[in-house]
Design a protein around this ligand. Structure first.
Ligand code: NAP
Length: 306
């Protein structure tokens, strides 16, 4: 056991997966939970929490580790509420997809003697809520931590063993660098998927149901990403504004170059460009971050009729 008592604030996909993984690995003595709605708390009590409470302040009392697993925009208010109730020596971490905004919102509310180690599991699905979690979500995935200068090494090592106990690999990053990297690997790809599905939605009105009917792998993968939780993603774009706008600007420039190559019939350019991008995909597979199976390992649907 790594922590005697863990308090999860927010009980959706990320927190419920943590709870399942902690239970499977015997990593926590007691898991206490709080979420805003009584429905979510009831599901959490049934599926993965030893105890749920009617307030965040109550949930963190006596906890050795507190995990903030609410949308990024809700973190500040939660921190203000729990600050006075934290146990001296406790560790507070979060799982927010953006780090600078969380540090700015949370750190001022935490008392001396509490260790704040912001974090971000690089794992997720398009599902949300307390029923969507599963114990293997973090298996072999990266979990980024952005410890502040002067962070207590013992508190950091303990949090690290919990995360590794859930199957993830830990890397340490500086806060601003984190926000730029995730803008490239996660936030802007989501923006593009939302936009492409928006374009197809508009087209659908023109071409009736053809967009859905012939939906092939490329577009289908965009629709999966674009099905992600609207509250979470609203907060991500509002709080990682600078990095997202920087990368979107670069994206637009690349798109113009591609558009020009297509217009000019510059096949050489297109071929060289796609050869480079294929190498990147190969690198991701070699790094164990995705499967090499065709169509992401999807099982083909059984033929209809007959
Ligand atoms: P989720 O499944 O939508 O769950 C969010 C949870 O937060 C719910 O239990 C919700 O409670 C609770 N909540 C929302 N506002 C609250 C408030 N003001 N006070 C108390 N509880 C509140 O979300 P998630 O996917 O687990 O995401 C949680 C965090 O992880 C976010 O910060 C997100 O950026 C980050 N993250 C997500 C992913 C991903 O792919 N999903 C990946 C990495 C990091 P109710 O159910 O009662 O509304």
């Amino acid at each position: 056991m790594i922590y005697q008592r863990v308090a999860l604030i927010g009980l959706g996909l990320i927190a419920s997966s943590m709870a399942h993984a902690m239970r499977a690995g015997g990593l926590a003595g007691e898991i206490v939970g709080y979420a805003q709605s009584p429905e979510t708390r009831a599901v959490a009590k049934e599926l993965f929490c030893d105890r749920v409470t009617a307030s965040a302040a109550e949930a963190v009392q006596g906890a050795d580790l507190v995990v903030l697993a609410v949308p990024v925009g809700a973190m500040g208010a939660i921190a203000a509420e729990i600050g006075p109730h934290l146990k001296p020596g406790a560790t507070v971490t979060d799982v927010g997809s953006v780090k600078q905004a969380v540090v700015d919102a949370v750190a001022p509310h935490l008392p001396e003697g509490v260790h704040f180690i912001p974090g971000h599991p690089m794992a997720g699905t398009e599902y949300s809520g307390p029923r969507s979690g599963f114990a293997t979500l973090y298996q072999n995935r990266w979990w980024l931590l952005t410890p502040p200068e002067g962070c207590d090494p013992k508190a950091l090592a303990r949090l690290r063993s919990l995360i590794e106990g859930m199957g993830a690999k830990v890397d340490l990053l500086e806060v601003g660098h984190h926000d730029l990297v995730v803008a490239v690997v996660s936030h802007v790809p989501h923006a593009i998927a939302y936009t492409m599905v928006g374009v197809a939605d508009h087209m659908r009105r023109v071409s009736q149901s053809e967009v859905i009917k012939y939906s092939a792998a490329g577009f289908r993968d965009f629709t999966r990403i674009a099905a992600s939780d609207p509250t979470m993603w609203r907060d991500v774009f509002l709080t990682n504004k600078d990095a997202v706008l920087d990368i979107l600007g670069r994206f637009a420039e690349e798109l113009f170059v591609l558009q020009r190559a297509i217009r000019m019939g510059d096949g050489e350019h297109l071929h060289a460009y796609f050869t480079r991008t294929r190498e990147i995909r190969r690198g991701i597979i070699e790094a164990g971050q995705d499967t090499a199976a065709p169509d992401f390992g999807r099982v083909a649907p059984a033929p209809k009729g007959g």
